[in-house]
Design a protein around this ligand. Sequence first.
Ligand code: SF4
Length: 242
Amino acid sequence: MKERINQLNEQLRDASAEEVLECVIKQFNGKICFASSMGAEDQVLTAMIAAINPATHIFTLDTGRLFNTTLSLIGNTRERFNVRIDVLFPEAAAVEKMVNEKGVNLFYESVENRKLCCNIRKVVQVRRALVGMDAWISGLRREQSVTRAHMNIVEWDEEFGLVKINPLISWTEEQVWEYIRKNNIPYNPLHDNGFRSIGCQPCTRAVKPGDDLRSGRWWWEDADKKECGLHEFRKSEDSHPA
Ligand code: SF4
């Protein structure tokens, strides 16, 4: 697999995001899916995927703590691009147990609690969605955070045991917004109010112009620990299985 990943990275080095998507959707033929957070980058990818192959499996997570604007955007996006977006919910019994034992807003108490919440509300559902898949597509960009600065277009995802494709990895935030405006793509209106990266409501806040892009997410934690478990960066570049 390591060899295939290296080959794909070499082949796609100068490819546009659309070309990357066209290539991987064809190569992983039905065994590839797109996990959308309904963020700006993911709206760009949904538009591209809908134009290339609208039957590509797209899913998103309803963690139970999302903004209403995010929920509305799921419906608007389905309608606009005429695509199916599966919505995955956390297991009710697991959420009940966590909240009753540790509190409704347990995530503010410790990194451990926050990771538990992200695991129950997000990671378990992603793991479920990825069963039987060989690859998944994400909207990660290098400049989003220190944990993403060394990522490639094609990566081995050690956490979930499959290939991860990052078509927008070298895009800037300006490029994302230029594409959205030019193509009149629906987006979360919170972005117009200083929310540059949007996740669950209690763990997201607006940031000031010039602030770090991810500084509005889990702002009470250290910058180098701020991943939810879906996109943990493994430092070893050689972590692809042989
Ligand atoms: Fe829980 Fe916050 Fe993670 Fe959402 S982002 S799953 S509310 S800890």
